[in-house]
Design a protein around this ligand. Structure first.
Ligand code: TMP
Length: 234
């Protein structure tokens, strides 16, 4: 399928227009960044892995009744998706303490939470994506209270489905980030779900199989991404 103009280029993806105004093509890049862009690099074959992982996970969530923007895979690293009006929030769900939750609370990495924790961040690179509460969301008019509540409910539902999907493949879903958009008044899951946007640990060894290997210079980054794809394809 011929793509048209480059509509947007982010740190890990390019979004292209298509002949159909309600659809866009999302191309996954090998580029990787961390620390809000301070650390930059490439992860060989990441674009292909992330496109495939997102396609398979969104296909699974779709069959479970969760609306996503995914239509079909166009080529190795490109997905055709519905064009959404994006909500400028990141919804993070956590099952196990890691990353910024460890940094903010001092609770030991690896501590299991008694219930999933849902957090909202404001998508703004210049501000470093700050943590927002419901009142900040309302003040900034980033989403209505009803939309925020629905996003949190959908994020909890995605978490339940993905936790069981990954556990069946001996992977622990530590935490992950979602982005939502709208078509009319309908809220739809957008963006990606990949080892860039999830923390995934091997259930038996607790080995990190996600972007933390890049963030923390742990080595074996490409192998970890390939291992996640192998298990998601099972
Ligand atoms: P954090 O511990 O750094 O807040 O990250 C929590 C999860 O969200 C982790 O799986 C990585 C993901 N994430 C993104 O995908 N994009 C982001 O901009 C941030 C801050 C986190």
């Amino acid at each position: 399928m011929a793509t048209h103009d480059l509509l947007y280029e982010g740190k890990a993806k390019k979004v292209w227009g298509t002949a159909e105004p309600h659809e866009v093509a999302m191309e996954f890049k090998d580029d990787a960044t961390a620390q809000n862009g301070l650390k930059r690099g490439q992860i060989l074959d990441k674009g292909r892995v992330n496109a495939r992982v997102t396609a398979l996970l969104f296909d699974y969530l779709g069959t479970e009744g969760l609306p996503t923007h995914f239509i079909r895979q166009l080529d190795e690293r490109t997905l055709l998706v519905r064009r959404l009006g994006m909500i400028p929030l990141e919804v993070i769900v956590r099952n196990v303490v890691a990353g910024s939750l460890h940094a903010r609370t001092g609770i030991l990495e690896g501590t299991e939470l008694s219930a999933p924790l849902v957090e909202i961040y404001y998508k703004n690179d210049a501000l470093g994506d700050p943590l927002f509460n419901d009142e900040h969301v309302a003040m900034m008019d980033a989403a209505s209270p009803e939309e925020l509540s629905r996003m949190k409910d959908m994020a909890r539902s995605v978490n339940r489905h993905l936790q069981s999907f990954f556990l069946a493949r001996r992977l622990i879903l530590v935490d992950f980030k979602l982005e939502f958009g709208k078509i009319g008044s309908e809220l739809i899951l957008g963006d990606e779900i990949t080892p860039d946007t999830c923390r995934l640990w091997d259930a038996d060894t607790k080995k990190k199989l996600d972007k933390d290997r890049f963030r923390q210079d742990l080595g074996g980054v490409e192998d970890a991404y390939h291992e996640v794809l192998r298990r998601v394809e099972l």
